[in-house]
Design a protein around this ligand. Structure first.
Ligand SMILES: Cc1ncc(COP(=O)(O)O)c(C=O)c1O
Length: 381
């Protein structure tokens, strides 16, 4: 009997080795995949290695070769071997990284990786961070904190009173927003009816004049969402101008940096993100540019104090790690949204070969390619 882990390794290697020659798109129909992978729930068990072989054979025709260099659909990067290998360890170790007491090593890896990411993006070191499945849930997590903050500012205790009777929160954004923001607003009970688009200019960038007009008058709990490279036209909003306007009006500023936040890592293109560090929260993705396996992302919030106070866990189930000066992973990584130990993949990649130098060079190359295909606001690429 062969070991199922060896079989999995064999199939993984065969798949990765064939990426340069395999068809880029999966060709199997839904029915063919159902036939190959489904059938009635088996009454008896089967040999573990045979199951792995059957899984690989059945799924193969429906796999996209997005880890290869010839895949240009969606914003999905392929994984580097270091990240895939780290991911294997994640599954083998199978830690529950909810808190230090439960998973000492993985909690510390998460702490380290978050620190490196803040460094890579040039965000304030006191930012809190979390690991989520994708930018969608990174938005939800960061905006949950924003919701608490703006309601508290308006004298409303969300933790105690919830949304019943709360002052409506105005959500300002532009027509170029990604639809995951609309979903986040719905998930968080803030209501699409309270979303308003600020006017945009020639390249889809938000206009400061219209923002200032929308924020003038009676103060209301407000969240503003800006784009660090929107998906369709690649526009970066003018953070250095817009964020101070919003802050002066008491608004919370969130940035959708799903892939655009990575421009910060390139000395050549960092100027596009000037002032982005003034925001209150950011959401960005690992599986777009950092070459880690699907699906990883992270929300970051400007201060630790906010996240700790605003998203308390219901009741401590054992001594909080805070007592020994260790980051409490449970605070922002409420387990409903956090991903099992995803930091490990990034850790694998950030150490080797994706060092800061490697990343700066790679980001420069991709930005240049991307700039050739999309219009951009100043500074011109
Ligand atoms: C600008 C932007 N924001 C958010 C998302 C959502 O990311 P995810 O698919 O990781 O939830 C995307 C996905 O392409 C995006 O391009």
């Amino acid at each position: 009997m062969t070991d199922p882990l060896d079989r999995a390794m064999h199939h993984a290697r065969a798949w990765l080795d064939g990426l340069d020659t395999a068809p880029v798109g999966g060709r199997a129909t839904a029915d063919a995949l159902r036939d190959a992978l489904g059938g009635p729930l088996p009454e008896t068990g089967a040999d573990a290695s045979e199951i792995i072989d059957a899984l690989a054979a059945g799924a193969g025709p429906g796999l996209h070769a997005n880890a290869g260099g010839r895949f240009f659909a969606w914003v999905m990067a392929g994984s580097l071997p270091s990240a895939v290998a780290a991911d294997w360890l994640v599954s083998a170790w199978d830690q529950n990284s909810g808190m230090f007491t439960v998973a000492p090593s993985t909690t510390i890896i998460e702490e380290i990786t978050g620190g490196w990411l803040k460094d890579l993006f040039g965000l304030p070191p006191e930012c809190s961070f979390a690991f989520t499945t994708g930018c969608q849930l990174a938005h939800v997590t960061a905006l949950a904190v924003a919701r608490h903050a703006v309601l508290e500012q308006a004298g409303w205790d969300f933790g105690r009173d919830g949304l019943y009777g709360a002052p409506p929160i105005r959500f300002l954004t532009s027509a170029n927003r990604h639809n995951t923001l609309d979903a986040a607003v719905r998930y968080l009970g803030m209501g699409e009816a309270h979303m308003e688009s600020v006017a945009t200019g020639e390249f889809g960038n938000m206009l400061a004049k219209d923002l200032a007009e929308k924020l003038s008058g009676l103060a209301r709990p407000t969240i503003l969402c800006l784009n660090a490279a929107d998906l369709n036209v690649g526009t970066f909003d003018d953070f250095a101008t817009l964020i101070p306007i919003a802050k002066a009006a008491g608004a919370w500023v969130h940035v959708d940096g799903a892939f655009g936040l990575f421009a910060r890592t390139s000395p050549a293109y960092r100027a596009l993100t000037e002032g982005v560090d003034l925001a209150d929260s950011w959401a960005t993705d690992g599986h777009k540019w950092l070459n880690v396996p699907m699906i990883v992302a992270w929300p970051l919030c400007a201060t630790r104090r906010l996240t700790v106070r605003r998203l308390p866990r219901a009741r401590p189930i054992c001594r909080p790690a805070r007592m020994c000066g260790i980051r409490q992973t449970g605070t922002l990584n409420c387990r409903a949204v956090r991903v099992r130990f995803r930091s490990m993949r990034r850790c694998g990649n950030l150490v080797a070969p994706v060092s800061r130098t490697w990343w700066s060079a790679a980001a420069g190359i991709v930005c240049r390619w991307w700039a050739a295909s999309v219009p951009c606001r100043e500074p011109a690429l």
